[in-house]
Design a protein around this ligand. Structure first.
Ligand SMILES: [Zn+2]
Length: 176
């Protein structure tokens, strides 16, 4: 039986939604990054949360992440429609929205979960305004991410580039 308590160790993955940024590099592989801390997400290996807040907050002890009393951990939202984090799409940064699995120590908050370990479950590339019409470039990005991370990746608005998940209709306009 799964019991939802604020702080628990989860053997089974909890799934939610989140946003990543992908810096577009001319050399080197494309990597998902957390928008806030620019933490690069591992390919084919779990990303593990850590917390350095004690360095900046006097009186806070070093702790493992996520901690119920802190804001650390890898964040997902329970509903795609409540995503608000802008990944900062620009000519050099792409925005990706996706389902993400969390496991290990998982702390529930009102809108979602903070987890110890995470891995993307399925990804959707949000076409940035400057390359909306360049399907080939977007499909190449899609293929690279799908191959490296080993998960389904689609390009929003391009049915020829992967199966677009139904939940994408609930992506808030503010992050498109
Ligand atoms: Zn912390």
């Amino acid at each position: 039986m799964t019991v939802h308590v604020p702080d628990r160790f989860s053997e089974e993955a909890v799934v939610g939604w989140r946003v990543w940024r992908v810096p577009l590099t001319f050399d080197g592989p494309l990597r998902l990054q957390s928008p806030v801390y620019s933490l690069a997400w591992e390919t084919r290996y779990q990303t593990e949360a850590s917390c350095i807040k004690h360095v900046f907050h006097r009186g806070m002890m070093p702790h493992s992440a996520p901690d119920p009393a802190c804001t650390c951990g890898l964040w997902v939202a329970k509903f795609v429609r409540t995503l608000s984090m802008q990944a900062g799409s620009s000519p050099t940064v792409l925005s990706v929205v996706g389902k993400c699995s969390l496991w290990g120590r998982v702390v529930e908050y009102t809108g979602g979960y903070r987890g110890q370990y995470a891995y993307p479950y399925e990804l959707v590339v949000i076409p940035p305004k400057h390359i909306t019409n360049d399907r080939d470039a977007l499909r190449e990005i899609r293929d690279d991410l799908a191959l490296d991370y080993g998960v389904d990746v689609a390009v929003l608005g391009d049915p020829g580039a992967g199966t677009i998940p139904a939940w994408t209709t609930e992506i808030p306009q503010s992050i498109l």
